[in-house]
Ligand binder design. Structure first.
Ligand code: LLP
Length: 417
């Protein structure tokens, strides 16, 4: 994982030794590398070159204000899915004019907030949503810029929970009815068509599903041109996969070179390309640090019981996701096969299984590639305070979110008289 490396046998984030950080701030602890965020964004910039491409960070992957601020500084737009995410973009100094608003369940207040903020585009996922948006915009005396999110019915070859572009998924408007939906959009007073959108899934490591989807979208663009519905941008979503174990990550350049080639060969007038990458910008820019509380050796298995749990990092419990686990200060001595588990009262509460590690009580472990869909999916289940988040910057570090306090766990609750 770039920007996380061993110096004299001790894991560092950039130039910060992690044991000292844990001593000061406690565990579990999310640690992000500022340099890694910028390196990931630069991989997109370099692949884009002089082409007209807007990268809208899929901020659901990691919505910490400090992370958003770095991407805002780098010139990114944002892909949001709620009024809460819009509020974060504004708080981080992001440009609402570079925001696309996705999601199947936009509420009236969220539409109003996004219209008032002046977002770039609503990615509309159904006809009822389109009609509601038109009404809300008309009431405010504006027109809402829209793309229809088209469901191209391609198989992204990823985990069923994070695949979104199949016709049995709840997302988008089926490709074979999209033209008719655009006709409706063109007839409604409160919306104006600006684009076409799709997002086919997440942790995709092959270009083929993207290109299948793109071909279908280009056919749609041609049909729209015939109807005199003009399109300013084409949004191909996010989903580029990263390396957790031995996957070959899908580099932005590998995908974009092929996308540009198809766009150029399509004979269509040039359109702006929009992308919504989340995981590939932040996943490998973060780790989760945790301390071994107990080692428990049974006839069947060896357990390393750590102070992080499924409530802190849900991906293993929810998707059986694989995350690398490293000793922060690897020790010599006998290595055993451990299941790394948390204190929560569920058998699903594991972070890693059958990892060969030499451990003692009190050792620190780093769960790798935890920058995406880590903290954002954390809960306080079992009344466990959510971890602090730290951003390392060279030899400096900043607490970018404090650990939940015990008092915060009951804030807002009350009992009956
Ligand atoms: N755009 C839309 C409309 C999305 O639904 C998503 C992710 C993205 C962009 C960003 O996709 P990415 O580039 O991060 O793959 N919690 C799951 C992943 C859920 C992805 C949801 N949608 C996980 O931990 O693997």
């Amino acid at each position: 994982q770039p920007h996380f490396h061993f110096v004299n046998g001790v894991l560092h984030a950039e130039d910060v030794a992690l044991p000292a950080l844990c001593k000061q701030l406690g565990t579990p602890l999310y640690v992000y590398s500022r340099a890694a965020l910028h390196a990931n964004f630069k991989a997109y910039r370099d692949a884009i070159g002089e082409r007209d491409v807007l990268v809208c960070y899929g901020m659901k992957a990691n919505a910490n204000l400090a992370v958003l601020k770095e991407f805002a500084r780098a010139g990114a737009g944002f892909d949001i899915v709620s009024g809460g995410e819009l509020q974060r973009v504004v708080a981080a100094g992001g440009d609402p004019g570079k925001v696309v608003f996705s999601g199947v369940g936009k509420q009236v207040w969220e539409m109003e907030a996004a219209l008032r903020a002046g977002v770039k585009c609503f990615n509309v996922e159904s006809l009822p949503e389109l009609r509601r948006l038109s009404q809300v915009a008309s009431r405010l005396g504006v027109t809402a810029p829209v793309s229809l999110r088209v469901n191209p019915d391609v198989d992204a070859q990823t985990h069923p929970y994070i695949s979104t572009g199949l016709k049995e998924n709840k997302f988008g408007i089926a490709i074979d009815t999209a033209l008719e939906a655009y006709r409706v959009a063109a007839s409604l007073p409160g919306v104006r068509v600006v684009g076409v959108d799709c997002h086919i899934g997440s942790q995709i490591t092959d270009t083929a599903p993207y290109l299948d989807a793109l071909d279908k979208l280009l056919d749609l663009l041609r049909a729209l041109a015939d109807l005199d519905i003009s399109i300013a941008h084409l949004d191909i979503g996010g989903g580029l996969g990263i390396r957790y174990d031995d996957e070959t990550p899908l580099a932005p350049r590998a995908l974009l070179d092929k996308v540009f080639a198809r766009l150029d060969a399509s004979g269509l007038p040039p359109v702006q390309l929009v992308m919504e990458p989340g995981r590939s910008l932040v996943g490998n820019a973060g780790i989760l640090l945790t301390r071994v509380e107990y080692l428990k050796h049974t006839d069947a298995r060896n357990f390393a019981i750590v102070d992080a749990a499924m409530n802190d990092l849900m991906r293993p419990a929810l998707y059986e996701a694989w995350h690398g686990v490293l000793a922060v200060t690897p020790r010599s001595g006998e290595a055993l096969s451990y299941d790394v588990v948390g204190p929560v009262c569920e058998s699903a509460d594991w972070l890693a299984r059958e990892r060969t590690l030499a451990l003692r009580e009190g050792d620190l472990l780093a769960v790798e590639s935890a920058g995406a869909y880590g903290f954002v999916m954390a809960s306080t289940y079992n009344s466990r305070p959510r971890p602090a988040e730290v951003m390392v910057d060279g030899a400096n570090w900043h607490v970018v979110r404090t650990r939940d306090t015990l008092a915060s766990l009951t804030a807002g609750e009350s009992t009956l008289p």
